[in-house]
Design a binder for this molecule. Sequence first.
Ligand code: 5HY
Length: 247
Amino acid sequence: MSAMRIQVINPNTSQAMTETIGAAARAVAAPGTEIVAVCPSAGVPSIEGHFDEAIAAVGVLEQIKAGRQQGVDGHVIACFGDPGLLAARELAQGPVIGIAEAAMHMATLVATRFSIVTTLPRTLIIARHLLHQYGFHNHCAALHAIDLPVLALEDGSGQAQERVREGCIRALKEDGCGAIVLGCGGMATLAQELTRELHVPVIDGVSAAVKMVESLVALGLSTSKQGDLAFPEAKALSGKFQALNPF
Ligand code: 5HY
């Protein structure tokens, strides 16, 4: 595999979660792949709804532009809502993969039905929208929320991690699913241990997305600039958005 650099963007501004995500990405990266883990310079400390996603999407674009200027080969959006994904693809040259789409794709390759375990109940609708947007709604058996905030995953108590494990066990018992998708970037480092313990594929989108970007780059495939993912139309951006100027 040729040498490459992949920018992994945590769209929230939690430094601890950015480090968790970066560690999960590096754990699976090929020997020749450098992982550059970043988060927006400003925004929301965690993303738990539509309002947070709208704010985070601007930060994603800020980081995509920076990554493109640094010459990275591809990008991962490491939040389960895939915030700003299509806008990021307009701005990017290389592939841009969201962790929800990556995990969902991978789950359909190893099981006929998968369940999702995520954080707050109010974010379930975001995952449901993505299932329909990506065409996976017939593959998803059920969605579960551990009913803890995203940053509980970084509080060191281990409570969120135990709730994730319980959610996976419940899903396997009740849903008739063959695989589990972890619905938060902050759960990334839990997948391999849970796969070993539960004897089913438990899929983390961060690692799935890193391998998908590696594959796309190795195949010489970058974001199509034909049609709606072409670079944005040139126009005068104003105020703080001038920094996002694509050109
Ligand atoms: C994420 N929020 O992956 C999502 C998870 C969620 O800050 N990072 C966040 O619960 O939607």
